[in-house]
Design a protein around this ligand. Structure first.
Ligand code: ME8
Length: 518
């Protein structure tokens, strides 16, 4: 039986078009999915859209359309952008789909049956932008405005169903303490733990459906109420797999992928994922996901992104960056520029510097030097590797480290450490060329075997760099690997170790992989 790997992104609100932040989480999830497919795992990668809730109802009414019309219009922007960015999701869930709505009702009915839900009265503040309940003290501290978008909080006083969150909090604390990898990174885990230890109240999980103009999933036990949008949304990770089984055509399509390996999210929505979701799952006796990883926040040109400040990186801006460089360079930059988990700043200047330094001068230059020399001295055929010497050892060691450590870093979503391994191999090989000076040896016939060994070493390093870079830069690496005769099916276990490159493989020098930019 193949080992499964299940990765998800948040499902994005359809009140507005996607921007750099949405693309960041989705690209990171795509990198994981592509890596683990190449590592031979049976991968499921899910993304989608969150279409219910007051936020969507309001955005639709401002535009004079129905929520369904708004969702149908905006979802296309997400789907098209994912296609443009070479996102390899296996499924795309929309919370307005019957396959999801029916399963949410089924899950909530089970909670009712288990007496995990009771009728009470909610009185308090609500942040409609975040679809989040706000405590009296937080509301007071923020002068009754949203801490996210500064809009006034809404006052609510209504009958509501509550989920017994408080009952499950102690078990959740135990789980987080016993499983250090459950909430990542560690600083976020500590934040969640200390907030949990301050005590949590039961969670209001329904809204009067007429307040939402009927837009939502009706509570199965009382259709005058609809399920709170976060309970509806979080369930997508489970319902998309066709579980629980309800007798439709989706039944069990992906049941084997649960529990999820990693929910990738931004830090803004950690509490919902690290507290509400696991408590609901515990109440339903469903195993918990292995990891919830909250990444940091992107600012743009040093400031919080905002449309009015003109530094917003919209879908159109992403398209223009991809046109100037390539989709793969955009993907590389997002994964490379910041430690996953920390905040980052997007700047065109930094992008150009990294592109020229790491891609054009680093990998691109190594590849073109290697292919050129093999073309010139060996008629374009990788020469056989002779006796290796100390000179090769650093390159081989860097390649072996890449092979043995790559999976561990991907498992921890440590993209920057993974890319460091690739960059160490690139640097070691470029330094190796400088030291061994193959272009000089080529003038001396008695050095033919040594020259062959050096160029084999370079070609093998290039092959491994491209192979491991492939999850991040799929189109570029597949093209370049093809020019080295490496099959698109090559997995890390068959092809990831040093020495798999066969002598007499033909290499073709095509256009430069990363032409320098001014
Ligand atoms: O919160 N930097 O949807 P959403 C980095 N529907 N990431 C960012 C970002 C930024 N500046 N801005 C957005 C929702 N993101 C809910 C989720 S899940 C069951 C329901 C990314 O459209 C990041 O992944 O507001 C963040 O968590 C997500 O977009 C929020 O997307």
């Amino acid at each position: 039986m193949t080992d499964t790997y299940y990765v998800t992104t948040p499902i994005y609100y359809v009140n507005d078009k996607p921007h750099i932040g949405h693309s960041y989480t989705t690209i990171a999830a795509d990198v994981l999915a592509r890596f683990f497919r190449l590592a031979g795992r049976d991968v499921r990668f899910l993304t989608g859209t969150d279409e219910h809730g007051i936020k969507i109802v309001k955005a639709a009414s401002e535009k004079g359309v129905t929520p369904m019309e708004l969702a149908d219009e905006v979802v296309v922007h997400f789907q098209e952008l994912w296609k443009d960015l070479d996102i390899s999701n296996d499924d795309f869930i929309r919370t307005s789909q019957p396959r999801h709505e029916k399963r949410v009702q089924n899950l909530v009915a089970e909670l009712v049956k288990r007496d995990e839900i009771y009728l009470g009265k909610y009185e308090g503040w609500y942040d409609e932008g975040q679809e989040e309940f706000v405590t009296e003290s937080t509301a007071r501290d923020s002068e009754y405005k949203s801490v996210i978008n500064d809009r006034p909080l809404t006052r609510y006083s209504e009958e509501s169903y509550f989920f017994r969150l408080g009952k499950w909090a102690p078990r959740l604390i135990e789980h987080i303490e016993a499983n250090p990898g459950f909430v990542q990174p560690e600083a976020r885990r500590n934040e969640v733990l200390s907030k949990l230890k301050m005590g949590v109240e039961d969670l209001s999980i329904s809204r009067r459906i007429e307040k939402l103009g009927g837009w939502g999933v009706p509570m199965p036990n009382d259709p005058a109420h609809s399920v709170y949008v976060w309970i509806d949304a979080l369930s997508n990770y489970y319902t998309a797999l066709g579980v629980p089984e309800i007798g439709d055509e989706y039944d069990g399509v992906g049941g084997k992928y649960w529990p999820c390996d990693v929910h990738l999210i931004g830090k803004d929505i950690l509490w919902f994922h690290a507290v509400y979701w696991p408590c609901v799952l515990m109440a339903l006796d469903i195993p918990l996901p292995r990891c919830i990883f909250a990444h940091g926040w992107w600012t743009s040109e040093g400031r919080k992104m905002s449309k009015s400040m003109g530094n917003f990186i919209s879908r159109e801006d992403i398209a223009s960056i991809c046109e100037e460089y390539s989709v793969d360079v955009y993907r590389y930059y997002l994964m490379r520029a910041v430690t996953f988990g920390a905040d980052g700043d997007f700047s065109r200047t930094a992008l150009r510097e990294r592109y020229n330094g790491e891609l054009a001068n680093g990998i691109g230059n190594l590849l073109s030097r290697t292919f050129k020399m093999i073309g010139k001295y060996f008629d374009g055929e990788v020469p056989p590797c002779g006796q290796t010497t100390d000179a090769e050892s650093e390159v081989i060691a860097a390649a072996e480290k890449l092979h043995t450590s790559a999976g561990g870093f991907m498992d921890l979503c440590a993209f920057e450490k993974y890319l460091d391994l690739i960059s160490s191999l690139t640097t070691a090989t470029n330094v190796y060329i400088e030291r061994t000076q193959p272009f000089k040896l080529a003038k001396d016939d008695s050095q033919a075997e040594r020259l062959a060994t050096i160029l084999y070493t370079c070609a093998e390093a290039v092959r491994l760099i491209l192979l491991y870079l492939r999850p991040i830069m799929p189109a570029t690496c597949e093209r370049a690997l093809e020019a080295m005769g490496v099959s698109a099916e090559a997995t890390f276990s068959q092809a990831g170790a040093w020495g798999a490159l066969e002598a007499s493989t033909r290499v073709r020098q095509g256009d430069p992989l990363f032409p320098r930019k001014q």
